[in-house]
Design a protein around this ligand. Structure first.
Ligand code: GUN
Length: 292
């Protein structure tokens, strides 16, 4: 069994990006610049956004963090997005999700210029992805693709089962795995809360990608011998074994499932760090105007 080490791979990618940024600046170019908007004080979102800002510093990017109260109006948030759209120094903009209930997430997503949408969530970029046109790929599925590629996991003709159909992970993941390229060319089954016989379907998966947000949902009896298992879940659960009293758990019962796998991602240190590496990659692509 081989561990798909997202932490190491993400650090490798960050080093590659840092080298490229240094060359860019040495040849008179400008520093890539990522802006993030964080609304409210959700603990998980705070952690993710501060990790993104820290990663920008590490590779030599500029970053701007705009913090807004959770009572901010949709109008004010849209005005902030527009301000960043119009700021020629900023190459990429992300609005951390989820947003408070009184704000229409899709309206905000559509307000971001597709040319700065380094999350790849704008309908124009989702369409471009589906048509295999150059675009900013959504960071979590693209991070998984990059991990499969760097570890040379075979995907062509394999049965890939994705659990979860979110706009951020499951749905784009199913599109990318079915593309006519490597990693891809898989036969993809996208499963969700209404799927019948989920266990039996999972048992036929050569590659199982789990993104439903239920700790330890996938157990050993659901996994085929020799499968590659990718765990996107990350849930904080109470634990009496750690100093903090909390532990991060994936959607896969790691210890029992790992024994059956050819490849598996750990939690933490698997998919999570890859997401940040791809966000940086997208921001660099944007600053070099390589997509649009
Ligand atoms: N919330 C959970 N994942 C993501 C992500 O990749 N980007 C943004 N903007 N918000 C998220």
């Amino acid at each position: 069994m081989i561990i798909l080490d997202g932490k190491k791979t993400s650090n490798d990618i960050k080093e590659e990006i840092a080298v490229e940024v240094a060359q860019l600046i040495a040849s008179g170019g400008k520093k890539p610049h990522l802006a993030a908007i964080l609304v409210g004080n959700d603990g998980a979102s705070e952690t993710y956004v501060s990790a993104k800002v820290k990663a920008c510093e590490k590779v030599g990017f500029n970053s701007t963090l705009v913090r807004l109260e959770d009572t901010v109006s949709e109008e004010e948030l849209l005005a902030q997005v527009e301000k960043i759209n119009q700021n020629a120094d900023i190459d990429g903009l992300i609005v951390q999700l989820p947003l408070p209930k009184h704000i229409d997430e899709m309206k905000v997503t559509e307000a971001i210029f597709p040319q700065k949408d380094v999350d790849g969530f704008h309908p124009a970029n989702v369409g471009r992805m589906a048509l295999n046109l150059p675009t900013f790929l959504p960071a979590t599925p693209a991070g998984i693709i990059e991990l499969l590629e760097r570890y040379k996991v075979e995907t062509s003709g394999k049965h890939c089962v994705v659990i979860g159909r979110s706009h951020i992970v499951g749905s784009p993941m199913s599109i990318l795995m079915a593309r006519n390229s490597y990693p891809g060319n898989a036969t993809v089954t996208l499963t969700h809360s209404r799927t019948q016989n989920l266990k039996e379907i999972c048992q036929t998966a050569d590659i199982l990608i789990v993104a439903l947000g239920k700790p330890e949902f996938v157990t050993a009896d659901m996994v085929k011998e020799g499968a590659c298992v990718v765990d996107v879940g990350i849930t904080r659960v109470k634990s009496d074994k750690t100093k903090s009293g909390w532990k991060l758990k994936g959607d896969v019962a790691y210890d029992e499932v790992a024994e059956k796998c050819s490849f598996i991602t750990p939690v933490p240190g698997g998919v999570g760090p890859m997401t940040i590496a791809i966000l940086l990659k997208n921001t660099l692509l944007s600053s070099k105007r390589e997509i649009y």
